[in-house]
Design a protein around this ligand. Structure first.
Ligand code: ATP
Ligand code: MG
Length: 544
């Protein structure tokens, strides 16, 4: 799927046409303070696809200006996820690569009388800045001389002050209707060692100062970011202009992508990870790219989903079903179809000889011959889903097995249930049935219509499976105040056991298959030789 028409594409087209740019350069700028989630996929896909459309390039740039939250393990995981989505960054950069240049440009601002060291406390600064309806007032430190500011900023850099003792502020306009322009803080002191630069720096640039400089240094032509930065754009342009960056990037905002019944901010996801409610960032219930990958989502489905949600200037929340539909479309033509039973019930075919069995060759996909075929087994003892049997047909719509009724077994025969066996607690543990040798699949038999068709696995051909089923991890609530951890759905990971055809006993991790009448499954990392562990990726649209 190619990126659809959208307002950013139109801007780029015009910029090429008017010769403002000969080459489009974009960047994806995550902060390495957590794993990427499906919201980030919108930024990744759009940045890479839009640049590609014009023969341009895209950088991956870690926005690592906040030493307290950033870690190398996130750096590694982010690159892995970007590559998994199918994108190769033209360059991989770190904002911290540019700390010296950012510092030098801050000195330039001071020299131009456009920045000052402020000894006000954080609370005092907040009060000075006023509110949307109330203009700010100047800080008592606003009119320090250039010399004094240069000396103090140098002292800040050299560790002469404590954290929070002073900051560097841009000198813009304390009465601006745009709060972001009321002398924003552009440098703060922090003694936490940085994941890249260790203890080389003890002052760090703020996002609004750092980001435009990073973009300009890399020659980014179109700097795409989410909508909440719209009000920051005048400051972005101010920084590029006043620090005299030779190349001028243009910030363009787009709406954030949300998915219903999920939380997506890294801050929330980190809380879930730290709480132990999930097994980690790659828990298959997490909306992280690593979680979705482990669950079995494909990069193609995610990409198609992202593109189909379009790109506009409104934040939007889409239903999970859209993503599921993209998955079914992608997986149905890619996966082999096999039979598996979930929560099995034994059926004994009493008129089938005890020491006999037959092999039946079955293609893996009804329309894709190249997928080949395998042999299944039909024998006296087989398993079916417990859900596929009831004592008495409950209604007309019921198209499965019941006492006195006949169903077709996929690729095999009609069987009729005659009797059941119970355990001492009264649970049905076995069905006694008979088969009709005339009804073999493919024989053209059409004298009777069975009460539906169900899948089965012969006891002789059954490999044990542990099935993981997932439900939304965060419960919907009317109560907005209710804490995220209290909204966690403890029932969101269900485990069931069953069997699969032996042909799949050794399927490798991340192999995807379709189980007839159930859905698409992925081999989980926890799989073993003895028991195949399968994650339900998405169920089939149920037809019964
Ligand atoms: P979070 O709130 O989850 O931490 P973030 O915006 O702080 O997200 P960054 O690492 O700063 O995360 O984001 C990198 C890029 O991804 C930014 O350009 C950001 O706008 C974009 N992005 C993050 N979340 C979404 C989303 N839900 N939809 C679209 N773009 C997003
Ligand atoms: Mg962030």
């Amino acid at each position: 799927m190619e990126t659809q028409s959208n307002f950013i594409k139109t801007i780029m087209e015009q910029d090429i046409e008017n010769k403002k740019h000969t080459k489009i350069i974009t960047r994806f700028p995550p902060e390495p303070n957590g794993y990427l989630h499906i919201g980030h996929a919108r930024a990744i896909v759009q940045n890479f696809e839009l640049a590609k459309l014009f023969g341009g390039t895209t950088n991956l740039r870690y926005d690592d200006t906040n030493p307290e939250k950033e870690e190398d393990k996130y750096v590694k995981a982010i690159l892995e996820d970007v590559k998994w989505l199918g994108y190769e960054p033209n360059n991989v950069y770190f904002a911290s690569d540019y700390f010296q240049e950012m510092y030098d440009r801050a000195v330039l601002l001071i020299k131009k009388g456009l920045a000052y060291v402020d000894h006000s406390t954080a609370d005092e600064i907040a009060t000075q800045r006023g509110t949307v309806g109330k203009p700010g007032v100047n800080s008592p430190y606003r009119n320090r001389s250039v010399e004094e500011n240069l000396k103090l900023f140098d002292d800040m850099k050299n560790g002469k002050f404590k954290e929070g003792e002073c900051v560097l502020r841009a000198k813009i306009d304390m009465t601006s209707p745009n709060m972001n322009m009321r002398d924003p803080v552009i440098y703060r002191i922090n003694y936490t060692p940085h994941h890249n630069t260790k203890d080389k720096w003890v002052i760090y640039p703020m996002y609004d100062y750092a980001h435009p400089i990073e973009d300009a240094i890399e020659g980014i032509t179109h700097s795409l970011c989410s909508l909440e930065f719209e009000d920051h754009r005048p400051l972005y342009d101010w920084v590029v202009r006043e620090t005299e960056m030779p190349l001028v990037p243009r910030q363009i905002e787009f709406g954030r992508l949300g998915i219903e019944n999920t939380v997506m901010s890294k801050r929330h996801l980190l809380r879930l990870v730290n709480s132990g409610l999930v097994t980690g960032w790659d828990d298959p219930r997490m909306p992280t790219l690593s979680g979705l990958r482990r669950r079995g989502y494909t990069p193609e489905a995610i990409k198609n989903f992202i593109i189909s949600t379009g790109l506009s200037k409104i934040n939007s929340s889409v239903s999970e079903e859209m993503l599921e539909a993209a998955l079914r479309d992608d997986l149905s033509e890619k996966t082999k179809r096999v039979m598996g039973v979930i929560d099995p019930l034994k059926v004994t075919i009493t008129n089938y000889p005890e020491d006999e069995f037959e092999k039946i060759s079955v293609p893996y996909h009804p329309n894709i011959e190249e997928m080949g075929s395998r042999e299944i087994i039909f024998s006296r003892e087989i398993y079916i889903d417990k859900e596929d049997f009831v004592l008495e047909k409950p209604n007309k719509k019921y198209k499965r097995l019941a006492l006195g009724l006949e169903v077709r077994l996929f690729n095999a025969y009609f069987i009729k249930a005659n009797d059941v066996k119970y355990d001492k607690d009264g649970n049905i543990i076995e069905v006694l049935a008979t088969y009709d040798p005339e009804t073999k699949s493919g024989s053209g038999f059409n004298e009777r219509k069975p009460n539906g068709t169900i899948q089965f696995v012969s006891v002789l051909n059954a490999h044990p499976v542990k099935y993981n089923f997932f439900a939304p991890m965060i419960l919907d609530t009317e109560d907005e105040e209710k804490d995220l951890l209290e909204r966690f759905n403890k029932e969101s990971w269900q485990i069931k056991t069953g069997f699969i055809e032996k042909a799949f006993a050794n399927a490798p991790v991340n192999k995807k298959i379709q189980l007839l009448r159930h859905g698409f499954f992925n081999v989980d990392i926890k799989t073993t030789k003895e028991t195949l562990v399968l994650n339900e990726i998405v169920h089939l649209k149920r037809s019964y």
